[in-house]
Ligand binder design. Structure first.
Ligand SMILES: *Cc1c(COP(=O)(O)O)cnc(C)c1O
Length: 429
């Protein structure tokens, strides 16, 4: 595989950006070689600046549910941008995207658009604190919620009480307001609610945890979170930045039939443009400025070009059979590889929900972050090189999930199964 142009571009990028990138996981720190610089994408394929082509399952980390440069979205962006890129005043494009979402999602009554998932979650937490007039929050080890200070927190040592910051620059005083608990452990939650009686504003969870492997939780567990938050007058926040519009138009809330108090969105909602959002009941949302006293604002929030892209993409998602077909393709991909892995007695399984999949290098079910063996990432590293060399691109870390888009063809899936089988043979030797 020719890589001279990407290698040169990365060398240059390192003189401009920390680690040569504008977001850390792009740096290929967990796999071999330098990152590839992507020149263009169309449908299920991307092409790097050396001319190598790949079937892409990273899909910009999830936003591209229709694949790359879908004509409906590109057209909408062209049309909107010809009329001006931003006004900082209301536009009807904001109404249109909001109407499309709220009409087709019974879990939210009002929404606020922001420009990233991080911003959506940060604002949702502030809203929960403002609404409940409590400070502490519960998050889970293995869930990612963007890089706001109080969420860059990992479990402290000792008796899982206070969190400790997982990034320099986050004051311990902030981290102390975040309680970090293992997933799938109801006892830990009960204990936190009794230790911090009447101090907990909210529980935030990725209802489909997909940022540290795919740590699928049981519905009973999510229902338990719903019940205990209600009991203690705390809010339940579903961070659906990945799962929203991915496992169905109503996301994980609709998938499990559980109504959280606040839902955050990102990724798919913007059709590839920078959009995030949080939504809730009209009552809770009335706390947000200018109606209420929880402040939150954005110069480029509800940007008309981004709103148009989101509307064009989400309109496609609403077509009959859209999610069913994505799920079927994903199932064919996973079944094809899993039959082989079982026959070969490999410690490997592709697990999936909707069109999200994860390459799990273990025979056992994994429901919490601590159950992932870090050593299994060596196998991913070996596999990853084989994938690239054979024209399959995925997120460059074994902790990341992959995404099947509407643009992936039966042929793409067939080819990918073969490449994965061959790669696994080499990686697990
Ligand atoms: C990606 C992600 C975020 C952060 O979104 P950005 O747009 O990267 O700021 C937050 N929560 C979840 C669940 C995510 O997957």
């Amino acid at each position: 595989m020719k890589k001279t142009k990407s290698t040169a571009a990365f060398k240059k990028a390192k003189t401009f950006f920390p680690g040569g990138v504008n977001s850390p996981v792009r740096a290929f720190g967990s796999v071999d070689g330098d990152p590839l610089f992507i020149a263009k994408g169309k449908g299920s394929k991307i092409q790097d600046i050396d001319g190598n082509k790949f079937i892409d399952y990273c899909c910009s980390w999830g936003p591209l549910i229709l694949g790359h440069a879908p004509s409906a979205v590109v057209k909408a962006v062209n049309k909107a941008s010809a009329n001006g890129l931003s006004f900082g005043a209301p536009t009807v494009q904001e109404n249109e995207l909001a109407e499309l979402i709220i009409k087709n999602n019974k879990y939210i009554e009002k929404i606020r658009f922001v420009s990233s998932g991080t911003e959506a979650v940060m604002s949702a937490i502030r809203l929960a604190r403002g609404y409940t007039e409590k400070d502490k929050i519960i998050k889970f080890e293995g869930c990612y919620h963007g890089h706001a200070d109080h969420l860059l927190v990992k479990a402290g040592s000792g008796l899982a009480t206070f969190g400790t910051s997982s990034s320099a620059g986050v004051p311990e005083a902030f981290a102390n307001e975040t309680i970090v608990l293992p997933l799938n452990d109801t006892k830990a939650i009960e204990k936190a609610f009794s230790t911090f009686y009447n101090q907990i504003a909210c529980i935030i969870i990725e209802p489909i945890p997909a940022n540290n492997g795919l740590l699928l939780q049981g519905k009973e567990y999510l229902q338990y979170l719903r019940d205990i938050t209600k009991k203690h007058n705390a809010l339940l926040i579903f961070d659906e930045v990945i799962s929203g519009f991915r496992v169905g138009f109503e996301g994980a809330a609709g998938y499990y039939g559980i109504k959280p108090d606040i839902i955050t969105y990102g990724k798919i909602i913007g059709g590839g443009m920078p959009v995030g959002a949080y939504g809730s009941s009209a009552k809770i949302m009335s706390k947000i400025a200018p109606d209420g006293n929880v402040y939150q604002a954005g110069t480029l929030s509800g940007n008309p070009v981004a709103m148009s892209a989101g509307k064009a993409q989400l309109s496609q998602c609403l077509k009959k059979g859209f999610y069913k077909s994505l799920e079927q393709k994903t199932k064919i991909l996973c079944d094809g590889v899993n039959q082989f892995a079982t026959r070969e007695k490999m410690p490997f399984k592709m697990i999936s929900i909707g069109s999200i999949f994860w390459l799990r290098f273990s025979k056992n079910e994994i429901k919490s972050a601590n159950d992932i063996d870090p050593k299994s990432m060596n196998s991913f590293r070996k596999l990853y090189t084989c994938l690239l060399e054979n024209g399959v691109y995925m997120g460059p870390s074994g902790y990341e999930v992959g995404f099947v888009s509407a643009a992936h063809s039966d042929d793409d899936i067939k080819k990918t199964i073969k490449v994965l089988k061959d790669g696994l043979k080499k990686a697990l030797k």
